[in-house]
Design a protein. Sequence first.
Length: 336
Amino acid sequence: MGASSVKDVARTAGVSLGTVSNVLNRPDRVSPATRAKVEKAMRELGFVRNESARQLRAGTSRTLAYVMLDASNPFFTDVAQGIESAAEAVDLSLVLCNSGNDQRRESAHLALLEQRRTQGVLVTPIDPDSAVLDEVVARGTPVVIVDRTRTDTRFCSVAVDDVLGGRLAVEHLIDRGHTRIAYIGGPYTLGQVRDRLAGAREAWAAAELPAEDLIEITIDGLYVAEGLEAGQRLAGLPASRRPTAAFCANDLVALGLLQQAISSGTRVPEGLAIVGYDDIVFAAAAAVPLTSVRQPRQELGRAAADLVLDEATNPDHEHSQVQFTPELVARASTIT
């Protein structure tokens, strides 16, 4: 037996198609008795409205979408939770897409979301200045940049002051008496990696410490495996050049470094103090709880969703670039 249609409901309830349509879309226009009769017919027939068709007629769907950079990183799933809570508050659904740090996948997701008439797209882009984003907006889909900033102000964006975050991390290590520190991050095509290093350098220069004692360890990605490999590289340095502390560009790298230190017998923080970035849930739950620079992840998501909804519905919308302030959370990986 095929799916029941609006015509079937109208015939069973003994009302017009227009009455069924009003029950579905403008129930206040239908008397309670007639509405009850139509709803009873829907239940008996197992009627399910064709929401896709309704949305296409309306011109937009009841969805927001978030194209995240890396679904394996809990930071981005936390951001998505914030977006979802804002979407649910206005009775919208959230579609999640994962670019996997691949430009082609990102472009394909954006094209599909346009086709689906998504009400607004939030994206953590590989390149915030990508022409693809300009084209999506030019065709009428609102876009908000998440956890990135553009070089212009033609988009709304929500990000964290990563220069300040880098400064907080290294100031903390300097305050703990460390005078030779490694910064572990990469690739430098990522703005966050560059900004966190810039903040680290600012703190180092302000303390008037030798530039060569802020040691940059470049890695290929911000994952646990790269942290493990970076730990092996640090262990291979001559004792006279080996840092006593490390600031990692995110928590996954820091957790990999922590794992390598523990497995090699290096005491944390006595032999190596470690600071991460993001303060994902696993940071506090690590074998040695991880000091980390906290980003307000869910707040980022909620603020971004509010901006894209305003752009989609407010004819007087003005673009804004929101910047949150990070916070250092000190734990046992730096404090004895």
